[in-house]
Design a protein around this ligand. Structure first.
Ligand code: C2E
Ligand code: CA
Ligand code: CA
Length: 576
C-alpha cells in the first residue's frame, strides 16, 4: 500500500484550472494560479465546453458574461458526462456575483483581482466541493431511519442481520439435534483500508458480491447465512455439508472478478458446536476468537476454536467472578491522560481511563476487562463510577487551584439503554456543583452505526444540556463519514491507527488531511490520539491539528501525578 502511495505522490501532476476571462483578466489570473495549477485558458469567443471534455479540472474560473457561461454552469450540475466542477464566477460588481451564485456558481471574485482573495476563495470552494461530493456519493441514500426493512434483513446485502441470524440458527440447530453444526465466522483482511482507499461503493460491492456467493453456496434448506456487521459474515451449517477452504477460495475468486486493485482475502474461524444450548452470539464469539488467530496469515486462512482459546475465556470468567467485589472494594481507579493544545502549549483537557488493581493479578488493563463488561452489562456500573470519580476530581482541582480542567469520560454504548442516563449525569453535576461543559462525553464511533436514530436523540439531549460530545475512535468504524452529516458532535477524536500509518502511508496522510478539512467544514474540533513521536507530531501540526493526546506528551497518569504535571506546566508557562 505504501509503495503505491509513494508513486502516487511522485507522479502527481499539478491539478488543472480552467480560466475563461477577457485577455487582461486571464493574464492576471494566470499569474496568480500558475504556480499551483496547470492553467487552461479559454480565449474570448471560444467554446468553454470543449476543454471540459478533454481535461479534468479541479475548478473553473468563468466570466459569467462569456457566451454560454450560464449554460455551462447548469450543465455541470445536471449532466453526468461532465465531471462536477466547482465554478468561481468572475464579476465586476457584487450584484452580478450574487446573481451568479443563484445560477449555480459556488462563489465569485471581483475585478480587479486580489491575489490573496482569489487564492483563498478558490481553495475554499474546492474544499467545500470535495466534502459535499464525498457526502453526496456516500451511502446516505439508504435511509438509516427507515426501520421497516431493518428488522430481519441487512439492507446492504439482503442477508439476515445479527439478531435474525442468531434466532434462526438457534431454531435450526434445536430442530436438528441429530446433526453436528459449525458456526463459521468470516472476515475480510483490511476491509477498512479498502473503504478508505476506494470509493465507498467499492466496499459495498465487495460485501454484496460476498453475500451473493454465500447465498449460492449455502443451501437454505440446510444452513443459513447472516451478516453481523461491517465485513463480518457468519454461517451456520451441518459439519458434513461444507468445506471451509473451498468456500474461502471461492470467495476470493468472486471478489477477484470485481477487478479491484487491492489484495482482498477472506479469513474464517470455525466453532464446532458441541452445546446447542449456548446462546448463538456466544458461539459466534468463539468462532470469531478462532478467526483472530489466523487473520493476516496468508498460509493458513481458517482455524477451529480450541481449548487454548479457553484460557482467554477463563480469564474472562475470572473477570466476571471478581468484578462486583472490585467495585465494592475500590479496586478501580481513574487515570488521567492530558490533551495538549500545541498552540497554547497547555493542558487543555484530559481523558479519564479506568484501571483495575486486582489484589492477585495486579493491574489489569481495560483492554482485557472492558469488552467483558460490555458483554455482561457491568460497564454501566463502572462507567458511572468513573464519571463520579471524575466529578470529584474536577471539584477538588477547582478548590485547590481555582481552575477547572474539563475531563472527558468514555460512555459505553450500553448506557444508552438506560432511560435515566441524562438524569444521572445532571445529578452528578448538582452533587459536585459543576457545570456541564466540564464533563465531556466520548462515544465510540461504532456506537453510531448500531442505532443511529436512538443515538441521535440522545446526543441532542446531551448537547442541549451543554455537555460537549466527542466521537471517539473516529475513522475506525464502518460508515463514519455518512453518520457525521446526521449526527452533530463537537469533537472528532481521530483513531490511533491513522497516526501509526502516517509516516509510511501517503494515503493515511491524505485521509487525515481530509478529516481535518471535513471537521472544519462541519464546525467540529479535532483531537488526535496516540501521538508517540516528535515526527508524528510535526506531521500533524503541518495538517493543522493542534489538540494532541498521546504518549509523546504523557501517558495516562494517576490523579496526583496528573495534578503535579498540570501545576508544573503552569509554572513553566508563567515563568517564561
Ligand atoms: P480509548 O477510549 O480509545 O482510549 C485511548 C487508549 O489509548 C487508552 O488505552 C490510552 O492509554 C491509549 N493511548 C493513549 N495515548 C497513546 C499512545 O500514544 N500510544 C498508544 N499505544 N496508546 C495510547 P487504555 O487506557 O488501555 O484504554 C483502552 C480502551 O478501554 C479505551 O480506548 C476505551 O475504549 C476503554 N476504556 C478505558 N476506560 C474506560 C472507561 O472508563 N469506560 C469505558 N466505557 N471504556 C473505557
Ligand atoms: Ca476514549
Ligand atoms: Ca479512542
Amino acid at each position: 500500500m505504501s509503495k503505491e502511495g509513494i508513486s502516487v505522490m511522485k507522479g502527481r501532476e499539478r491539478p488543472k484550472i480552467l480560466i475563461a476571462d477577457d485577455t487582461e483578466g486571464s493574464r492576471q489570473l494566470k499569474k496568480i494560479f500558475e504556480t499551483e495549477y496547470q492553467v487552461v485558458e479559454v480565449a474570448e469567443g471560444q467554446d468553454i465546453f470543449e476543454p471540459v471534455t478533454e481535461h479534468k479540472f479541479e475548478i473553473a474560473l468563468i466570466d459569467i458574461k462569456f457566451p454560454r457561461a450560464r449554460e455551462f454552469v447548469m450543465r455541470l450540475k445536471s449532466d453526468d458526462h461532465f465531471a462536477e466542477i466547482p465554478v468561481l464566477a468572475l464579476v465586476s460588481d457584487v450584484d452580478s456575483g450574487i446573481h451568479s451564485i443563484t445560477n449555480g456558481a459556488s462563489d465569485f471574485i471581483m475585478r480587479p483581482y486580489n491575489e490573496t482573495i482569489a487564492r483563498h476563495r478558490a481553495r475554499a470552494v474546492i474544499d467545500k466541493f470535495a466534502v459535499e461530493r464525498f457526502l453526496a456519493h456516500s451511502d446516505i441514500d439508504r435511509d438509516p431511519f427507515d426501520n421497516q426493512y431493518h428488522v430481519e434483513i441487512d439492507r446492504l446485502t439482503g442477508l439476515y442481520n445479527r439478531e435474525a441470524f442468531c434466532k434462526r440458527a438457534a431454531a435450526l440447530m434445536q430442530a436438528n439435534l441429530d446433526q453436528k453444526y459449525f458456526i463459521i465466522y468470516f472476515d475480510i483482511s483490511c476491509f477498512k483500508a479498502i473503504n478508505d482507499l476506494f470509493h465507498i461503493e467499492t466496499g459495498n460491492s465487495i460485501l454484496r458480491t460476498a453475500a451473493n456467493y454465500f447465498e449460492r453456496q449455502i443451501d437454505p434448506s440446510v444452513g443459513i447465512v447472516g451478516r453481523m456487521e461491517a465485513d463480518h459474515f457468519v454461517v451456520c451449517i451441518p459439519q458434513d455439508r461444507i468445506n471451509v477452504g473451498q468456500i474461502l477460495d471461492g470467495l476470493d475468486g468472486a471478489i477477484q472478478a470485481l477487478d479491484i486493485s487491492h489484495n482482498i482475502l477472506f479469513y474464517a474461524g470455525v466453532y464446532p458446536v458441541n452445546n446447542v444450548d449456548l446462546p448463538v452470539d456466544q458461539m459466534c464469539d468463539r468462532a470469531n476468537m478462532a478467526l483472530k488467530k489466523v487473520k493476516g496469515n496468508y498460509m493458513n486462512r481458517y482455524a477451529y476454536y480450541d481449548d487454548g482459546m479457553r484460557e482467554l475465556m477463563l480469564q474472562d470468567q475470572m473477570i466476571v467472578r471478581d468484578m462486583e467485589a472490585a467495585l465494592r472494594e475500590n479496586q478501580f481507579r481513574i487515570f488521567l491522560q492530558p490533551v495538549y493544545n500545541v498552540k497554547t502549549d497547555s493542558v487543555e483537557s484530559a481523558e479519564a481511563l479506568i484501571r483495575w488493581f486486582h489484589p492477585i493479578n495486579g493491574m489489569v488493563s481495560p483492554g482485557k476487562f472492558i469488552p467483558v463488561f460490555e458483554r455482561n452489562g457491568f460497564i454501566v456500573k463502572t462507567d458511572r463510577f468513573v464519571w463520579e470519580e471524575v466529578c470529584k476530581f474536577i471539584k477538588q482541582q477547582r478548590e485547590e487551584t481555582g481552575q477547572v480542567i474539563p475531563v472527558s469520560v468514555n460512555v459505553s454504548r450500553l448506557n444508552f439503554y438506560n432511560l435515566d442516563l441524562l438524569e444521572f449525569l445532571l445529578g452528578l453535576l448538582e452533587k459536585y456543583d459543576l457545570e456541564s461543559w466540564m464533563l465531556k462525553l466520548e462515544i465510540t464511533e461504532s456506537a453510531y452505526t448500531d442505532n443511529p436514530h436512538q443515538l441521535m436523540s440522545i446526543i441532542k439531549a446531551f448537547r442541549e444540556e451543554g455537555f460537549p460530545v466527542l466521537m471517539d475512535d473516529f475513522g475506525s468504524g464502518y460508515s463514519s463519514l455518512n453518520m457525521l452529516k446526521n449526527l452533530p458532535v463537537d469533537v472528532l477524536k481521530v483513531d490511533m491507527a491513522f497516526v501509526r500509518e502516517l509516516e509510511e502511508s501517503e494515503r493515511a496522510y491524505m485521509i487525515l488531511k481530509f478529516i481535518m478539512m471535513l471537521a472544519r467544514e462541519l464546525g467540529m474540533d479535532v483531537i488526535v490520539e496516540g501521538v508517540e513521536t516528535k515526527k508524528q507530531l510535526d506531521y500533524l501540526v503541518s495538517l493543522g491539528a493542534d489538540k494532541i493526546q498521546g504518549y509523546y506528551f504523557s501517558r495516562p497518569l494517576p490523579v496526583p501525578d496528573f495534578k503535579k504535571l498540570v501545576a508544573e506546566k503552569q509554572n513553566t508557562s508563567t515563568s517564561d
